[in-house]
Design a protein. Structure first.
Length: 294
C-alpha cells in the first residue's frame, strides 16, 4: 500500500512539473545577465545593491527572486574568513553575453539626417566590469550559522519563515561588479558614421540620462562611462538550506522553473502526506513491542 501511494505521488509530481518545465525551458530568454549569472551558480540580485553579505541568513521567496535579511553575520566572525578574488574569465563572459537593459532611454534622432529619424529613441544598456568574488568556505560559514541560530531573534524568525512558502538560506558567495553604460547594438551600428564627430556629445547625453533616470552617479574613465560605485549583482547560497524539523526532503534552492515546480510538489503535496518524525517513531516503537515475546 505504501509503495502504491508513493508511486501515485510521484506520478502527480511528474504530471505537474514536466509540462510547466517544458514551457519555461523552450521559452526565449529575456534576461541575458540573469542567464549568465545562473550559469555560474549565482542567483541575480534585483535590483543590485550592497545590502547582501556572505555569512548572513536570509529568507528567500519560493520564486527565488526576493531576499529578506533575517540576521547579519558579525563582522568579527567574517574577518579572516572571507576570501576575495577577481575573475577575468567571468568578466569576459559577462561583458560579451550579459548585457542588460538599464531602463534609461535617450533621443538621438537629431544626429541622423533622415527626417523619419527625428524621434529615434534608443536604450542604454550596461555590462559588468571589475568583477570581484567574495566567498566564505562552508566550514567557517557553518560556525557562523551556529552562532546566529544561538540568538533567539535569529532562530525564532528563521523557524517561523520555514513555513512561509520559501527558503531560509545562508549567503556563501557574492558577485560584485561595476556597470559600464553603452548604447544598444542597433544604435551603435546606426550611429557609427556619426560617432567619430559626436562621441563626446553622445557620452554627455548618456551620462545625464543615466543620472537623471536611474538616480545613480556616472564617471568617465578614458572615454567609457561607468557607475560611480560597485554593486552586488549575484549571490550563491549554501548548497543546502535550513529544513523544517519534520522535513523529509532537503531544501535546495532551485535553479530552473522545473526545479521550482518540483520543489513545490515535494514540499507542499508529497511531504505533508508522509508520516512525521514523531509518527515514524511511534510506528517503530509499536513494531518493536509487537516483536517482543509474550
Amino acid at each position: 500500500m505504501r509503495t502504491m501511494t508513493m508511486l501515485a505521488l510521484a506520478a502527480v509530481a511528474v504530471t505537474v512539473a514536466v509540462p510547466a518545465g517544458a514551457f519555461y525551458l523552450t521559452r526565449p530568454s529575456e534576461d541575458p545577465l540573469g542567464d549568465t549569472l545562473r550559469g555560474y551558480g549565482f542567483v541575480p540580485i534585483n535590483p543590485p545593491s550592497n545590502l547582501m553579505e556572505v555569512g548572513s541568513l536570509y529568507y528567500v521567496d519560493a520564486e527565488v527572486k526576493e531576499f529578506k535579511a533575517i540576521c547579519h553575520a558579525d563582522k568579527a566572525d567574517l574577518d579572516g574568513a572571507v576570501v576575495s578574488s577577481p575573475s577575468w574569465e567571468m568578466q569576459e563572459n559577462l561583458e560579451r553575453n550579459g548585457r542588460f537593459n538599464t531602463g534609461v532611454k535617450i533621443d538621438l534622432g537629431w544626429m541622423l539626417n533622415a527626417g523619419l529619424d527625428n524621434n529615434y529613441v534608443v536604450r542604454v544598456q550596461a555590462s559588468l566590469n571589475d568583477v570581484l568574488l567574495e566567498e566564505i568556505p562552508l566550514g567557517p560559514n557553518w560556525l557562523i550559522f551556529t552562532k546566529l541560530m544561538e540568538k533567539p531573534q535569529c532562530s525564532q524568525v528563521a523557524m517561523q519563515y520555514l513555513h512561509a512558502g520559501g527558503y531560509v538560506c545562508q549567503g556563501q558567495k557574492i558577485l560584485q561588479a561595476t556597470a559600464e553604460f553603452k548604447l544598444d547594438r542597433d544604435a551603435q551600428n546606426r550611429l557609427a558614421a556619426k560617432a567619430k564627430t559626436a562621441s563626446d556629445e553622445i557620452k554627455n547625453i548618456m551620462k545625464l540620462a543615466v543620472e537623471s533616470q536611474s538616480d545613480q552617479s556616472v564617471v568617465d574613465k578614458e572615454g567609457r562611462l561607468f557607475a560611480g560605485a560597485a554593486l552586488k549583482y549575484g549571490v550563491s547560497m549554501n548548497p543546502i538550506c535550513l529544513a523544517p524539523p519534520d522535513g523529509r526532503f532537503r531544501r535546495v534552492l532551485p535553479r530552473t522553473a522545473l526545479g521550482r515546480v518540483t520543489n513545490f510538489v515535494l514540499f507542499n503535496v508529497v511531504e505533508p502526506m508522509l508520516p512525521s518524525r514523531s509518527e515514524r517513531v511511534e510506528v517503530a516503537q509499536d513494531a518493536h513491542a509487537a516483536e517482543r515475546p509474550k
